[in-house]
Design a binder for this molecule. Sequence first.
Ligand SMILES: [Zn+2]
Length: 228
Amino acid sequence: MAPIIRCAIDNCKTTSVNKTPDVTFHRCPYNSEMSNKWLRVLKQRCTAFDSVDSKICSKHFELKYFDAQKKLKENAVPTLFSSASHSLSLRSIGKSDSGKTKIEKILNRMTQADLTADIKLNLAHLKEPMHLDSFVTDDLKCKSDAPNAANLWLMIKKQEHLNTRLMDLVVQTKKHVEILQKSMEESRLVKKEQEQNIESLKYIVKCLQEKQTTLEEQIEILTAVESR
Ligand SMILES: [Zn+2]
């Protein structure tokens, strides 16, 4: 019977016996640059890591480190060391909804307008602490003796301000896009007009060329007659 493989990461319970079929085990790379990267990361995560014998399971690698055949890429470095960090990486990849908190899932479904309206409504119900300004320093930080509510409100104010700026930016960008679209439309019209002009010029040139040939023929006939 083959010896049982255990993941070398502390706190990881994966073994070749209890693992699901999709989980694979990986040895430290031979390439010294890559193995140094691994060892630097694993130093704090493994009580004993042997670069030749130890293996770690695929749960510690982000999805981006696997190719289409689910083979670990050469540049792979383990970065995931707890169930929390694992789901975090899945979220950043954005491929699945699993691993997201309930709040995040709902937030993702809401439109910008719904969110803004909801925040406004909630803020209207909340009461700003008295003399909020007096708790804030000149570099926009809360003084150490400020109550919790002042801290929170300062943060809300900052967020709100940022939101206004972002909305302004959105409006500006929209305007820019409109201007660009308009000028694109205009240049398209100009191009069409120019194309029509070119066509009529071509026609005129063709007519003139024909006329020239008939004139040349006439001259030829005339000179032939004259020379008799
Ligand atoms: Zn593991």
